[in-house]
Structure formats: C-alpha cells, structure tokens
Write a protein that binds this ligand. Structure first.
Ligand SMILES: [Zn+2]
Length: 72
C-alpha cells in the first residue's frame, strides 16, 4: 500500500471513531433531556424513507413517536 492510501485509510478509520464518539455523546445528551417541547416534522431515518407528522423533541431531536400506520 503506498503512502497516499495508507494516509487515506487512516483518515477513514479516524472518521469511524469520531462518528462513534459523537453517537455516544448524542445518546448521553438525549438521556439527560426530559423532552419538554416537541414538534411534528417529516422524519427521514434513511434515504427514500419519510415518516410524516413524527413527534420529535425540539431540544435534543429525539424521536418521540412515529404515527402508527405510516411505518414501512
Ligand atoms: Zn429532548
């Protein structure tokens, strides 16, 4: 493996660690929130999938409730 790809591979691995770090941080922050304010939004958990009128916390973004009948 030449230096260019060695460096690229290292940066990709660092990205995975940062994603993991921020996912854990987000989870911790959301656990400390009592979700005092919520709003209805179009929630898109992945490309091509949208749940309308999903209740999310206005403070931390936690999904509170996806209306029954729209889950696919
Ligand atoms: Zn919240």
């Amino acid at each position: 493996m030449d230096d260019k790809y060695k460096k690229l591979k290292e940066e990709v691995e660092n990205c995975y660690w940062e994603i993991k770090y921020y996912n854990e941080k987000l989870e911790k922050l959301r656990k400390s929130c009592n979700h005092p304010e919520t709003e209805l939004v179009n929630y898109s958990p992945r490309v091509g999938q949208v749940f309308e009128n999903t209740e999310v916390c206005s403070i931390c973004g936690e999904v509170i409730n996806i209306p029954i009948g729209v889950m696919k």
